[in-house]
Write a protein that binds this ligand. Structure first.
Ligand SMILES: N[C@@H](CCC(=O)N[C@@H](CS)C(=O)NCC(=O)O)C(=O)O
Length: 210
């Protein structure tokens, strides 16, 4: 048994965590979640009361939920892996800022887009349509904000960070984002990294939604 266990689901936000673990090069075990029922067991809720993946359990003790928090923890544990720019630099602060921006804006908008009925008490199809349309608008706006900061070929210039992998993951969930030249360049460059492309393929990205 390795020191880390990743709870993951195909097509989900656990992709970026698997990519990060592979970028670090640390051994990890994986527990595949196949459906929503498996997220709702007492055993899984004990790991993450929210009943969501990704979750990373560390043999040293902590069990971490929330994709951005897991990535920040891995960056703290393995600073030499350069998941993010060196600690204490302006580049690090900027990379964290965009990571948190995506985790708190685009990721939730993608969930509203794919699961609109979960976001309203109104059960009419019109209500779900309205939620979905607004989610699309929110993602159009927020991907445009991300693109406006893009230096190329990665968000912050020549060096890839896990923030870029996060952006590529979200773009794969939202077709219009992939048509933006900056985002499309970022996705293709991120996938040149073997650690990322392995996680991408393993999670079934390139074809399915969250
Ligand atoms: N804020 C969380 C969101 C996690 C999340 O919503 N994960 C989805 C998969 S992409 C999930 O587990 N959904 C299961 C469900 O809601 O039933 C994060 O960043 O990790």
């Amino acid at each position: 048994m390795s020191g880390y266990t990743l709870y993951w689901k195909p097509g989900s936000g656990s992709m970026v965590v698997e990519a990060a673990l592979r970028m670090v090069g640390v051994a990890f075990d994986s527990v595949r979640i196949n459906d929503a029922a498996e997220l709702d067991t007492p055993a899984f809720r004990a790991l993450n009361p929210a009943g969501k993946v990704p979750v990373l359990a560390c043999a040293s003790g902590p069990v971490i939920a929330e994709s951005a928090a897991i990535l920040l923890a891995l960056d703290d544990l393995f600073p030499e892996a350069r998941l993010l720019p060196p600690h204490g630099t302006p580049a690090h602060t900027t990379a964290v800022q965009w990571l948190v921006f995506m985790a708190t804006n685009i990721y939730p908008a993608a969930l509203r887009y794919y699961y609109p009925a979960r976001h309203t008490t109104d059960t009419s199809p019109q209500a779900a349509d309205a939620i979905r349309q607004q989610a699309a608008r929110d993602m159009d706006r927020d991907f445009a904000r991300l693109a406006s900061a893009f230096q190329g070929p990665f968000l912050a210039g020549q060096t890839m960070s896990v923030t870029d992998v996060y952006a590529a993951m979200l773009a794969d969930w939202y077709e219009p984002a992939k048509t933006m030249p900056e985002i499309s360049m970022l996705v293709s460059r991120v996938l040149e990294n073997p650690a990322v492309s392995d996680a991408w393929r393993h999670h079934g990205f390139g074809k399915q939604a969250a």
